[in-house]
Design a protein around this ligand. Structure first.
Ligand code: SAH
Length: 403
């Protein structure tokens, strides 16, 4: 179902409690349910577009309503209409930024076009893989807007997208009972191969995690290529083998990839074959990362990548997550050869940069080795952080030199 376009005068109005407009006046795009005056209008349905007014009746925005702790995701801080033009304009701005970043080129056609609040489209993620856009809705409102978004993506000038795949089974709030489907909204399967910095990757948006690939590690993979020459590389939590493929091109002496999922290992092997068909430097292991490190001889690797899944999905899991990062980093620091380089990451939004650094510091102290920070890493520019929405910063990494 696609909700009809509304004139803003027809929209249900949600009024804020006294003084609750402060964060909206500072352009924060979320309104929490506790900020709303009760009772809520009867016409309210999940995913609908609403108008927001202050206690005194000043209109301060329009957005998508949803049931839950985040009650409204603001789309615009005025009372403009949310229609095809709105999406055309926002998607156009998103593309303009990626063009300015030089990401859409013949040797690089995998990138993030829309990064939610970072592109002033709260609840929406769009990744581009060559002629295919993979769209993820994180809110009921974006779920209802999916057809408009798909149409606008295909029509967008300067973007050569012919197929739009919608993948929201795991990202929509499940209580919303929206019957999310994973399906092509426009076009169909054309090619699974996309190119990142001249390297080819098989992207499995049908069965893979997220939209099929982690485009957010592109810049960090390039850095790793730079450090790989002559090194024995261990890529832990390899998933599609992104870091491994770059290490191969960078001239690594050998590359070992580890992931506990057999499916991930199959993807990694396929991507290595796609780029380096006859090369014998690569080996993969379907094993638990912690066990693998325990069985690793001291000094067996000179470059180790640790890019685990989010250990803390929520704040409640924070303490255990930090202990997990410490344990993992300690094991790698213990095993890495003298003069080794460690790439270590956390993609948990709930873990702050400082907390992650502290966990890595604790691991270093425990290992007793001399360790220096060479680079402090983050997410790439196609995952921009809206300055009014600091929650959008999630990827943290350090490159360490271990003597
Ligand atoms: N580095 C990857 C992304 C990693 S995603 C890239 O650049 O694309 C996290 C991966 O960790 C997933 O593939 C998951 O299967 C794997 N994983 C989760 N727990 C694991 C464990 N205990 N040991 C090894 N791999 C694990």
């Amino acid at each position: 179902m696609t909700l009809p376009d509304h004139h803003t005068s027809d929209l249900p109005v949600l009024r804020l409690r006294r003084g609750k407009e402060e964060s909206v006046d500072r352009f924060h795009p979320w309104i929490f349910s506790g900020a709303l005056q009760l009772p809520l209008p009867e016409s309210l349905e999940e995913g609908i577009i609403v108008k927001i007014e202050t206690f005194d009746g000043r209109v301060i925005g329009v957005g998508h309503y949803q049931i839950g702790s985040i009650a409204v995701r603001i789309l615009d801080f005025s009372d403009r209409e949310i229609n095809d033009d709105f999406y055309r304009e926002r998607l156009g701005h998103a593309l303009k930024l990626r063009q300015a970043l030089g990401l859409a080129r013949p040797d690089n056609d995998a990138y993030r076009l829309v990064h939610g609040e970072g592109d002033f489209l709260s609840g929406l993620v769009v990744d581009i893989y060559g002629p295919t856009a993979v769209v993820q809705a994180h809110s009921p409102g974006m779920h209802y807007a999916r057809e408009i978004i798909a149409r606008q993506l295909v029509a967008l000038e300067g973007l050569d997208v012919r197929n739009v795949y919608y993948k929201s089974e795991t990202t929509l709030p499940y209580k919303a009972r929206l019957d999310p489907q994973n399906d092509y909204l426009i076009g169909g399967f054309e090619t699974a191969v996309a190119t990142e910095n001249g390297l080819k990757f098989n992207i499995d948006w049908l069965r893979g995690q997220k939209t099929g690939f982690f485009v957010d590690q592109r810049d960090n993979r390039s850095l790793l290529e730079h450090y790989a020459r002559g090194r024995r590389v261990l890529n832990m939590f390899c998933y599609t083998g992104g870091f491994s493929v770059y290490a191969m091109r960078g001239g690594a002496e050998l590359v070992h990839s580890v992931d506990s999922s057999e499916k991930a290992i199959t993807l990694t092997d396929a991507n290595i074959r796609l780029n380096f068909p006859e090369d014998t430097r690569h080996k993969s292991f379907a094993q638990d990362a912690f066990k693998f490190l325990d069985q690793t001889e001291q000094g067996a690797y000179d470059l180790i990548v640790l890019d685990p899944p989010a250990f803390a999905k929520h704040r409640s899991a924070l303490r255990n997550a930090l202990r997990g990062y410490q344990r993992l980093n300690f094991r790698a620091m213990e095993r890495i050869a003298p003069g080794g380089i460690l790439f270590t990451f956390s993609c948990s939004q709930a873990v702050s940069r400082e907390q992650f650094r502290l966990a890595v510091f604790s691991a270093a102290a425990q290992s007793g080795r001399k360790i220096r920070i060479l680079h402090q890493l983050t997410q790439p520019a196609d995952h921009p952080v809206n300055i009014y929405h600091p929650e959008g910063e999630y990827l943290k990494g350090l490159i360490l030199y271990v003597e």
